[in-house]
Design a protein around this ligand. Structure first.
Ligand SMILES: Nc1ncnc2c1ncn2[C@@H]1O[C@H](COP(=O)(O)OP(=O)(O)OP(=O)(O)O)[C@@H](O)[C@H]1O
Ligand SMILES: [Mg+2]
Length: 594
């Protein structure tokens, strides 16, 4: 089989020796191109359009007409121009050069120069670049699909592996020595199959695994609102719905920077070009807290910004999932972040309206739900073909127009995900960041993860979570009452509950992405902060029980407690405990005064 190679700046290359069946373009309407049918053309085959060879994909075949979705601007393309079906599906070129690179939705390299993204030089397709290959098998050894043939090291900290491709296996006929190789060099021959460091894979077909496992390990994000209240497991699925400007991009970027995955695939769908360029510049400058290397070296960025052709956006999230599976198969934990799936769904709608398909809800095509599901279903914790454990966690932002959570993209997405982190407009408006709503979010992983915390030496975590959630809910309930009748009309213990809600929100849940000490929060510091608030709340209740007026408790200076998250370093649990003790001592003074 020939390969669909992605060459910088150029269109998709004709397969080596592949069938060539030129047909004629019949009609062009934006990204929708109709052409004559040629024998052998199949659904989802790639088509090269016109002189320029614009890439497109077959999306319908009816009578003698093939409908193609073009992935690039079709200006200049006209009826009568040639069109060549390439006889293979759209494939992504997977290889070690992906790490640290920036690509478009079809995985063609982009360069992030200035504040604009342009087609140009990139990581993959760089014939000069070399990787050190270290063999892990010897000639004559029998190997089966998915097994490790050797390790690949580039500049970054992530150790990659060359694997026996799916479907191949047998005796190792040849294995390259420990040496620097370019990514297209043959590093092994197994049962007659040549193995290179790069391989093509059709983006719409999930890569095979031996077994899907139930997700059981937590993915730590370093964001307290999430790790404490709505934790996510490695291999799970998350949606982050939020209205305009509620902090979706900031939250996802925080996760890309701080979560404890091995590789991050960041897909920017239809986001602003300059915002995307900022992310890339920032990633390049940041140090990876886990490895001490560059954060960019464990990140693959796929950008289809709002200024780029819309239809490649449709492919980009499947491209992202395919890249993630490639790393997962090496036994790595990968996170795919898509910002925003709503912009992606708009591409589906735009194309559907041009084909004249009968629109379903709000103009989206009838296949919207299954397209969303096809993306989230690429997530999972697995045993790879080679027997290693790996995972793909999928996190997608959703931008409901006008903040309407009942609109189709949000409503369908909610059905397919295990965790929902809803960003609340009122919280964002009050500058409570991250604006994760404790009332409107959920995590189906919290239960599953509980035994893991016990094993990891923190059996109290589930209890802390339950208390924190209970306290927030109680404070919300009372807030409505306070609005009606005023705080002074509440019984003293309920006034302490209102205070407790405030301490939990301001002392624990708020976490500025821009803070030097608090942008990331380690598990121990997070636990210490929650425990400090709970201890202070308990002390306040005791004081009120002992006859100290609630008003006096409310007026105490809680500053030392509320500032602990900013004053103590990201992993400084002891620093938090010191501040808690100081706070408790200060409260003891109230009792003496009473
Ligand atoms: N975690 C955070 N820490 C500090 N500031 C934040 C945080 N989250 C959001 N903000 C503030 O809110 C602003 C908007 O955030 P962001 O761009 O992430 O919103 P968005 O939901 O992605 O918006 P859009 O709907 O336009 O995509 C940021 O520029 C920042 O000032
Ligand atoms: Mg955004």
């Amino acid at each position: 089989m020939g390969t669909v190679k992605s060459a910088p700046g150029a269109a998709i290359v004709t397969p080596d020796g592949g069938p060539e069946r030129p047909c004629r373009v019949l009609r062009v309407a934006g990204p929708l191109v109709e052409m004559e049918y040629a024998a052998g053309t199949a659904m989802y085959d790639v088509v090269s359009l016109g002189e320029a060879g614009l890439p497109g994909e077959v999306v319908a075949i009816k009578g003698g007409v093939v409908t193609v979705q073009a992935y690039e601007y079709t200006g200049g393309l006209a009826p009568g121009h040639s069109a060549r079906p390439l006889g293979m599906p759209l494939a992504a070129r997977l290889g070690p050069g992906l790490l640290g690179g920036i690509f478009d939705g079809l995985l063609r390299p982009l360069s992030g120069s200035g504040d604009w993204l342009l087609p140009g030089a990139g990581a993959t397709g760089d014939a000069e670049r070399r990787w050190r290959f270290t063999p892990r098998v010897t000639a004559g050894e029998p190997v089966s699909e998915g097994e490790v043939l050797g390790e690949i090291r580039g500049t970054g900290p992530v150790c990659l592996r060359a694997l026996v491709p799916p479907g191949a296996g047998g005796a190792v006929e040849r294995i390259a020595p420990e040496e620097e190789h370019h990514e297209d060099a043959v590093v092994a021959v197994v049962g007659g199959t040549q193995v290179r460091m790069t391989a093509d894979w059709p983006i719409r077909r999930p890569r095979p695994v031996r077994e899907r496992l139930s997700a059981q390990q937590p993915l730590n994000t370093g964001q307290r609102a999430i790790d404490l209240l709505f934790p996510v497991a490695r291999g799970s699925t998350v949606a982050v719905p939020g209205g305009f400007g509620t902090g979706k991009t900031m939250l996802l970027q925080q996760i890309a920077k701080w979560c404890d995955a091995d590789v991050i695939v960041y897909v920017g769908c239809g986001e602003r070009g300059n915002e995307m360029a900022d992310v890339i510049t920032e990633l390049a400058a940041l140090e990876d807290p886990r490895t001490g290397g560059r954060l960019a070296d464990r990140t693959v960025t796929i950008a289809n910004t709002s200024n780029m052709p819309m239809m490649a956006r449709e492919a980009s999230i499947y491209t992202g999932a395919t890249v993630a599976e490639y790393f997962r198969d090496m036994g790595l934990d990968v996170v795919v972040i898509a910002d925003s799936t709503s912009r992606w769904a708009e591409a589906l709608r735009e194309f559907a309206s041009r084909t004249g398909a009968l629109p379903a809800e709000e103009g989206y095509p009838a296949g919207l739900a299954s397209a969303i599901a096809a993306f989230y279903e690429r997530a999972g914790a697995v045993t790879t073909l080679g027997g290693a454990r790996g995972s793909v966690t999928v996190i997608g932002a959703v931008s409901p127009p006008g903040g309407d959570m009942t609109e189709p993209v949000t409503a369908h997405t909610e059905r397919f995900v295990r965790c929902l982190w809803t960003l609340d407009r009122d919280l964002a408006y009050a500058r409570h960041y991250p604006a994760v709503s404790w009332a409107g979010s959920f995590s189906r992983d919290a239960q599953i993860l509980a035994p893991g915390y016990t094993a990891a030496g923190d059996p109290a975590l589930s209890a802390r979570r339950a208390r924190a959630a209970g306290l927030l809910a109680e404070a919300d309930r009372l807030a409505d009452l306070v609005d009606l009748i005023g705080i002074t009309a509440l019984p003293d213990q309920e006034r302490v509950s209102v205070l407790a809600g405030r301490l939990m929100r301001e002392g624990v849940l708020q976490q500025s992405a821009l803070s030097a000490q608090d942008s990331y929060c380690g598990a121990d510091k997070s636990a210490a902060l929650v425990e400090a608030v709970l201890a202070v709340v308990d002390r306040c209740r005791e004081l009120v029980d002992a006859g100290v007026p609630a008003a006096a408790v409310e007026e105490a200076d809680f500053g030392p407690l509320l500032r602990a998250r900013e004053d103590a370093g990201p992993n400084d649990a002891a620093g938090v405990a010191t501040r808690r003790d100081a706070m408790l001592a200060a409260l003891a003074g109230l009792q003496e005064a009473a």
